[in-house]
Design a protein around this ligand. Structure first.
Ligand SMILES: *Cc1c(COP(=O)(O)O)cnc(C)c1O
Ligand SMILES: [Zn+2]
Length: 416
């Protein structure tokens, strides 16, 4: 059962019937799915959701697709971990990590692709496609493989090996474009107009984007049916960030939680920070940038939802921060060393920005905070390689091991 009603322009409010379209014919504003929230309220309860599968399909009544078309490779309902050691290191009383590295292709993109591919199949598409900064390519390739569909995935040609192999292994038509993500996106927008493919983040973007709301649903359910006081989430296009806030508001609308008072803070890399820079200059109009950062999954210089992300910060009295490449690496290491979670560079951005927000007082020590870790670290080992403690190299003998360990401890004690 699906409660999607129409597509509605976010700017002028004009409605369109449900189709693979993404922008308003009158004002070129982005289209968003509108729902019958009264119907959803009648159909779901805390109990009915709790009885559902341990995937994002437990929220199927809130998703804009007929679940009969789903391609379920186990996405969602990822762990919410209480992070006391990290909280102490940063100076917070209560911190939770939403660990989305455990998804089937190790990033939150499996959420948006789950919804996009179900809706694409419902529309009758036979092939999937995307413009990607890496993780989306992995997820589209995997889901298309599981559905037996063709996939055409377009990525910039400077991505980490893990992200290239992490697509190629599913045997899509993988296209490496000589240029950055914004070039890839321009090419794909042109292709989307002439090819009979479901470009998940172009012609079916309104449905795709809705998949990110499940992150908020899960956090609210896992906290015992309530929203946290503060959220820190990474921003590329800004879509994920806006949909987390939308998800909390919808859970109130359908009667599952009380009014959320969550303050929403966004995290970007200093080498690609159009949204954070606009926030810091107190404007809703960002200036596009040419990205230069190790956080490649966040390297979108011209963010489609940047304006809406800034509106969410304004509405929720949230904040925004940016992290340098060195801070990103330190963030990856801190999360790993305190909580046992190995995140990709986007996770380093989130942790480093969380630290800055706490240090500046933008997040108060007593605000219960959830940090979103959206991708796994094995895809971006280049970022930390050579920056970790070297292994002890020994021949297979106890004496050699003891000698090496003593030498290492002496160095550590000497502070050298
Ligand atoms: C794509 C991505 C994001 C952010 O996506 P938005 O475009 O802002 O929705 C965050 N983290 C990771 C790891 C990603 O791959
Ligand atoms: Zn419009």
């Amino acid at each position: 059962m699906s409660f999607e009603q129409a597509l509605r322009c976010r700017e002028c409010g004009r409605e369109y019937s449900l189709a693979p379209i993404f922008s308003c014919e009158f004002c070129f504003g982005p289209l968003e799915v509108a729902y019958d929230y009264d119907g959803i309220r009648e159909a779901v309860s805390r109990d009915s959701i709790a009885r559902g599968p341990a995937t994002l399909w437990r929220y199927e009544a809130l998703l804009p697709c007929d679940p009969a078309y789903k391609v379920d490779i186990g996405t969602g309902f990822t762990p919410l971990i209480r992070a006391d050691r990290l909280a102490k290191a940063i100076g917070l009383d209560t911190l939770w990590i939403k660990n989305d590295t455990t998804n089937p292709t190790w990033s939150f993109k499996d959420r948006v692709v789950s919804v996009a591919i179900a809706r694409a199949r419902q529309f009758g598409f036979q092939a999937m496609a995307c413009a990607s900064t890496g993780n989306l390519a992995n997820s589209v390739s995997a889901h298309a493989a599981a559905a037996g569909m063709d996939a055409f995935v377009f990525i910039p040609d400077d991505l980490e090996a893990g992200k290239v192999v992490g697509s190629a292994v599913y045997a899509p038509t993988l296209v490496m474009v000589d240029g950055n993500y914004d070039d890839v996106n321009r090419l794909c927008t042109e292709l989307a107009g002439t090819r009979p493919w479901a470009f998940v983040n172009i012609n079916v973007r309104p449905y795709y984007a809705e998949g990110s709301r499940t992150l908020a649903y899960e956090v609210a359910e896992q906290l015992g049916w309530r929203a946290p006081q503060h959220v820190v989430a990474p921003m590329a296009s800004g879509s994920l960030f806006t949909k987390i806030w939308k998800g909390f508001q919808e859970f109130e609308k359908v009667g599952l939680i009380d009014t959320p008072h969550t303050r929403m803070s966004g995290a970007q890399a200093a080498g690609c920070s159009p949204i954070t820079t606009a926030f810091q200059h107190d404007t809703l109009n960002f200036v596009p940038q040419k990205p230069n950062t190790i956080a490649r999954s966040l390297a979108i210089g011209n963010p489609a939802d940047g304006y809406y992300a800034l509106k969410v910060m304004e509405e929720t009295h949230g904040g925004a921060e940016m992290a340098t490449d060195d801070e990103i690496v330190a963030g990856v290491k801190l999360l790993a060393e305190t909580e046992g979670i190995f995140a990709e560079t986007a996770g380093g951005v989130t942790i480093a920005c969380l630290q800055r927000l706490v240090a500046s007082g933008a997040i108060r020590r007593d605000e219960e905070t959830v940090a979103f870790i959206t991708g796994g670290g094995l895809k971006t080992i280049e970022a930390v390689q050579g920056k970790l403690v070297e292994p002890l190299r020994v021949p297979p003998s106890t004496a050699a091991f003891d000698a090496a360990l003593d030498a290492r401890r002496a160095v550590a004690a000497g502070g050298a």
